[in-house]
Design a protein around this ligand. Structure first.
Ligand SMILES: Cc1ncc(COP(=O)(O)O)c(C=O)c1O
Length: 413
């Protein structure tokens, strides 16, 4: 028997490898079945799926490290940034495509840190609400920036008073989410941005989750407080196309109110024998499929397609939240402003309810305070089954198996 942790001594035929993968994939998250509530934004759109496979195959080996070698990718990237800017209140050339929300957030923290250095800040700090994504703390960890998490108010949103008090000479950036991942709440962006501007600081809106959905949510007539780059004082914004823009993984945008700040993100180096090396984001080699995939997705869906999907998500979210509220004492921890929510019970073990749902094939992430829902179009056809199973789980569950609140992991444990 060969050692599966070592490179095989002789190569294996394609069919053999694919058969092994197929056999083992049954243990992987089955998002196509409509029972998973994180990690994948299931557009439930076979034509879009077909497009994704075709585009990814077409660009499989191309490398956008040097966009000038690929005029098609350069054009797509520029058009993507323009489309995002048009949607999100930005400027056509004041942004870049990144590999995801984390990279966009890294860029925002890096540029704020470096502009802070111009006014002599040597030990920069960034103020984020406690609900902000861990990517800010990760960016701080890598970039030598002290990311301070400020307790949110009782409404679950950024606490303006506490944030104002926390600003000091070394603060380079204030952050708000639109919405935050744990509860689906939009921080008071107008006030946060005004606070930042009054203090001559930067303000980043993390719209990784909402950037490609909230504009359509508004268009559907849902109440959405001001949240994008058009808000005075907002200096940068991140929005992931690989979330509610329905492209496959590896596409987000970081946008700036001022193109000069984008330039602080660029890295240009010629002190090696290999010639001038320039890059616009943290990556070196950049896979082309996510760029082409994001572009093709927006071409295929168009504004109408995104609006239609938003409607499906909105209706499914409403049906789910209304249904949840009708089961025993289940309730959302905070009333969400989009399609993402945390729900719990005061009388039953929510972990035990989650266990029964796991046993019935659902995948609801555990948070500290409850179970997490992130609704995508693929859930619409499964709302009734979800609510039936949840009601049964509420009525009949054992002790919690103690699944810990976890969002992700590392390959070595
Ligand atoms: C609000 C928010 N910000 C940032 C991120 C990080 O995005 P990514 O996982 O694409 O790096 C996420 C991911 O879910 C998110 O929900």
């Amino acid at each position: 028997m060969s050692d599966p942790t070592a490179i095989p001594a002789t190569g294996r035929p394609v069919d053999d490898i694919m058969a092994e993968i197929d056999a083992e994939r049954s243990d992987d998250l089955d998002w196509r079945g409509g029972k998973a509530f994180s990690l994948v934004y299931n557009a439930a759109d076979p034509e879009l799926d077909r497009l994704h496979h075709a585009v990814a195959g077409e660009y499989l080996h191309d490398n956008a490290l040097n966009p000038f070698a690929y005029p098609t990718l350069l054009r797509m990237e520029r058009e993507l940034v323009s489309m995002a800017a048009g949607l999100l209140g930005g400027r056509p050339r004041a942004g870049a495509l990144t590999s995801g929300g984390t990279e966009s957030i890294f860029c925002a923290v890096q540029t704020a840190r470096d502009v802070g250095r111009d006014r002599g800040v040597t030990a920069p700090n960034v103020l984020v609400p406690a609900t902000a994504h861990p990517a800010f703390s990760k960016a701080g960890h890598y970039l030598g920036v002290d990311v301070r998490r400020i307790e949110v108010g009782s409404d679950g949103r950024a606490d303006l008073g506490a944030t104002a008090e926390a600003i000091d000479d070394d603060t380079v950036l204030l952050v708000g989410s639109a919405p935050c991942y744990p509860y689906g709440l939009i921080d008071p962006i107008t006030d946060l941005a005004a606070l930042a501007a009054d203090n001559d600081r930067f303000c980043h809106v993390d719209a990784c989750l909402g950037g490609w959905l909230l504009p359509f949510w508004e268009e559907l007539g849902e109440p959405v407080p001001a949240w994008n780059l058009a808000v005075p004082g907002v200096t940068s914004l991140s929005a992931d196309i690989h979330k509610y823009g329905y492209t496959y993984k590896g596409a987000s945008v970081i946008l700036y109110a001022d193109r000069d700040v984008l330039e602080r993100q660029h890295f240009i180096f010629d002190d090696w024998p290999g010639g001038l090396y320039a890059s616009a984001t943290t990556a070196g080699t950049r896979p082309a499929p996510p760029i082409a995939g994001a572009w093709a997705t927006l071409q295929h869906l168009g504004h109408d397609g995104l609006l239609d999907k938003a409607r499906v998500v909105r209706d499914a979210t409403r049906a789910m939240l209304d249904g949840i509220a009708a089961i025993g004492d289940l309730h959302t921890v905070h009333e969400p402003e989009m399609s993402v929510a945390c729900f719990t019970s005061a009388t039953r073990s929510i972990g035990a309810i989650g266990d029964v749902m796991d046993d019935r094939g659902w995948h609801l992430d555990r948070q500290q305070e409850g179970l997490h829902l992130m609704v995508s179009p693929g859930h619409a056809a499964h709302v009734d089954q979800f609510l039936t199973d949840l009601a049964a789980a509420f009525d009949n569950h054992g002790e919690a198996r103690d699944s810990m609140a976890a969002y992700s992991g590392t390959a070595d444990g």
